[in-house]
Ligand binder design. Sequence first.
Ligand code: NAD
Length: 509
Amino acid sequence: MTIVNNETTTKTLTHFIGGELKAGKSDRFGKVYNPSTGEVTALCPLASKAEVNEAVEIAQIAFPAWKNTSVAKRVEVIFKFRNLLVEETDRLAEIIGLENGKTLSDAKGEIQRGIESVDFAINAPHLLKGEYSVNVGGKINSYSIKQPLGVVAAISPFNFPVMVPLAMTTMAVACGNAVILKPSERVPNSALYFAELWKKAGLPDGIWTVLNGDKEAVDTLLAHPKVAAISFVGSTRVAEHVYHEGTRHNKRVAAFGGGKNHMVIMPDADLDQAVTSFLGAAYGSASQRCMAISVAMPVGKGTAEAFVAKLKSRVEELKVGAYDDADADFGAVISQESKETVIKYINESLGEGAQLCVDGRNPKISETEKGFYLGPTLLTGVTPDMKIYQDEVFGPARIVAGVNSLDEAIQLINEHEYGNGVTIFTDNGAAARKFTEEIEVGMVGVNVPIPIPVGYHNFGGWKGSRFGEGQMFGPDTVRFFTKTKTISERWNNSKEIENKTEFSFPSNK
Ligand code: NAD
């Protein structure tokens, strides 16, 4: 994907450092595509080590003044930023659609969820309050405060160009940090647009940086002594690398990885509701969501037959199309390479004995021959030993893997590498309780297709879906982007306190 800048027809993008758009100096660029047409629309600069160092240096200089700005003033800027996001929703949706490929209505949903995390950051004055205890001993008062970390970095994936960066960075800004966002080099334009909006909202220069780049930029941030924390969202293998490298360099790291999310369908479930829920949660965004349902797991042969009988025709009716096609249920996948990977998974699973119930490998698309389109594929008879069951498949190939009992479903899901999201469809409260209690997954739904928590609850998977303990949404974000200091103080204005050295360990008696 790295090329020399010898293309004149496409726009060359920049970084945003110290409050200014800055041209890349590395002479390395990534291609940005319009997945709906397959055309290259822009060249994204890939930062060198020297550019990363420069950006960190500038952020480090800007940090103290922002830290010392009252939280009320900081939040005022965030409030203005939030209103600009609302005003600019159509423009942002267009940016997302053009370079990610998802439909405009899906993009608007993503923006709405992103704004939720900005709304939550407006609560920073309350969330940053410390604790205070009077007279813990000998006229001593003790209190704790939360202070920002300094320069923090966020590294984001291609599939949520707006929601994920907003969730990763806004609370960090509210807490008084200087933030460097390294967006996915495949979708850099919304981050650059945020920079414009932050500037309009009055954020001081250097507090919000967009550093475009690839592995070189990420690895430089991971090793940089002045970067205090790393928030990462992306695929599991890279999340693992980021976690190990970041913690090896003594940084606080929260690294969110991929998912393989199951939907368990019990014999008593409302099958029409289960089918309707599965369609949107499984194929929405061309299945390029970390919380997308990948596996339908009906319990019992009869449930599986009835579920697939109802599902098949509904899947066949789904329409893939360009991001601005109002009739499309979902858009193209991110790249030709991604399209080929998904087809390979389908073909391999057929060789391993899966059955093709709906074939989306060659969709008929009128818009353009060159877009990265895949229709909806449904495979039945999938078993846990197949690669298509084990790996995260980031495209619209979904599978049905039946089991004989709820216990078997729980065991298989618990044994799976990933533990991001899961859901159960049932009318049986006891089954639902057993499931929510025993399942080894971070975000669990009961008759809810995509159990993504709202912005004021914590978000995060288990097992191979998350490394480190930090969170992306919710109150834990404040803990992640601040460090707690506990102060014990005594103001000795009388002679009541003995002026005597104590050598025994201080106690409050
Ligand atoms: P990715 O891992 O390829 O890239 C994510 C980021 O890491 C990008 O900014 C990229 O530049 C950088 N990167 C890529 N390879 C790297 C390397 N070798 N070393 C250092 N940095 C590297 O992920 P993607 O394809 O952009 O996004 C899709 C993935 O993200 C899926 O696996 C999806 O499940 C996951 N995701 C997870 C969540 C979550 O909350 N758990 C949310 C959204 C997406």
